[in-house]
Design a protein around this ligand. Structure first.
Ligand SMILES: [Zn+2]
Length: 388
């Protein structure tokens, strides 16, 4: 079948399955799956596994002990071309019980609501129906791999999902990630890496009324350090440093013996991160309040998705396809948030992210998705795959 014909047929398939797509969306939003809720994430995985299998996808579940399992699949395995990988995640940032206050619904403006409705359960529905449509009409060019992670929202910090995902991305010709889409039709071609730092200051406790001179105030020392750390923030050059959490002291009438802050760093290169970590170490070692000490620890730095020529080329392909099917104008976007696209990028695979439904306010109760884009984005993905 000619590409053109396949695009028309698969697009009509999406139109014929609007109700089914909406009900799958409702079904998986109505299963709560916050990242720590392994049982919930795995229930979403079980639904999607069945759906993928009905599209002829050969699935596999890679079990994770404490977090949601990783669901993978391959379709059209025997095809000769270099594979394409479709990426998504099944966990959300919402705690159990959120659904009751924010059930799935589509309002009079056509906006869908519910925990994870945008980030990114709609994207999972798109992937399933892209495969169902291709399966129906027998697209032959390339194998298509699927990766649905169960613990993306904490960056796979406590599982080996990262290495498994990288393995599945390796050797692919292109990766499309169906993360949160933007209202302005921006597609993400670059993402920063992130690293969390914990800085603790140890002082000396003392009664604030009886012998304050004996105390060494850890909070005061931390205050000096925070000012210095925030000076490292360099928005103009793309380095974001944020002291986001602080905890210290016990009661107002005691000199604080300890104080701890949590710091988030977003970077475009590991060199810049390394410089920043060294600077924080130096700040930790420099004391203003005598006799205080400090220690610093940080998490494993996450991978970066640089704005590469490969990504831009893939974006141009999607734009060309969008023009061809009358979707309209897209734009490139670079964002500070991490996603699994960074893992595809680390494997040298061209990647375009934020291919999911359009919406706003993700990670909050005000999160919403434009319901109609469930279909338009599925058609865009289909055409982009078919013509690639
Ligand atoms: Zn997400």
């Amino acid at each position: 079948m000619e590409d053109r014909e396949l695009i028309v047929k698969t697009s009509a398939y999406i139109d014929r399955h609007r109700d089914e797509m909406l009900s799958l969306w409702e079904k998986i939003v109505s299963i709560e799956s916050g990242t720590p809720d392994k049982e919930g994430v795995d229930r979403v995985g079980a639904v999607l596994k069945d759906e993928l299998e009905s599209a002829g996808v050969e699935t596999a579940v890679i079990p994770m002990e404490r977090f949601g399992n990783l669901l993978t699949g391959v379709w059209n395995k025997e095809a000769a071309g270099q594979p394409i990988v479709l990426i998504g995640h099944m966990d959300t940032v919402f705690a159990k019980g959120t659904l009751e206050k924010n059930p799935f619904r589509i309002d009079e403006n056509g906006n869908a609501h519910g925990p994870g409705v945008l980030d990114m359960k709609a994207g999972l529905v798109i992937v399933v129906y892209v495969l169902k449509a291709l399966h129906e009409y027998g697209y032959g060019k390339r194998p298509i791999r699927v990766v649905f992670a169960g613990d993306e929202e904490n960056g796979h910090r406590q599982t080996n999902a990262e290495s498994e995902i990288r393995k599945l991305c390796a050797g692919c010709a292109a990766a499309f990630n169906f993360e949160t889409g933007f209202i302005d039709d921006g597609l993400v071609v670059g993402r920063k890496g992130s690293c969390r730092v914990t800085l603790t200051v140890h002082g000396v406790a003392a009664h604030a009324g009886n012998d304050p001179q004996r105390g060494r105030n850890a909070i005061l020392e931390m205050a000096h350090k925070i000012i210095e750390i925030q000076k490292l923030h360099d928005f103009k050059h793309g380095l974001f440093v944020n002291v986001g959490v602080i905890q210290g002291g016990t009661v107002a009438n005691a000199v604080a013996a300890s104080c701890e802050v949590g710091i988030d760093i977003r970077y475009d290169s590991f060199e810049r991160l390394e410089e920043t970590l060294q600077a924080i170490k130096k700040i930790a070692e420099t004391r203003t309040v005598p006799d205080t000490t400090a220690d610093v620890t940080w998490t494993k730095p996450s991978t970066v998705m640089p704005v590469s020529e490969k990504n831009l080329e893939l974006f141009r392909h999607v734009q060309k396809t969008a023009d061809m099917i009358g979707y309209g104008k897209l734009q490139t976007k670079k964002v500070g948030g991490w996603s699994d696209s960074c893992l595809a990028a680390a494997e040298g695979v061209p990647v375009v992210c934020a291919m999911g439904v359009k919406g706003a306010n993700n990670h909050s109760m005000e999160e919403y998705a434009v319901a109609e884009t469930l279909f338009s984005r599925a058609k865009l993905a289909l055409a982009s795959i078919i013509t690639f």
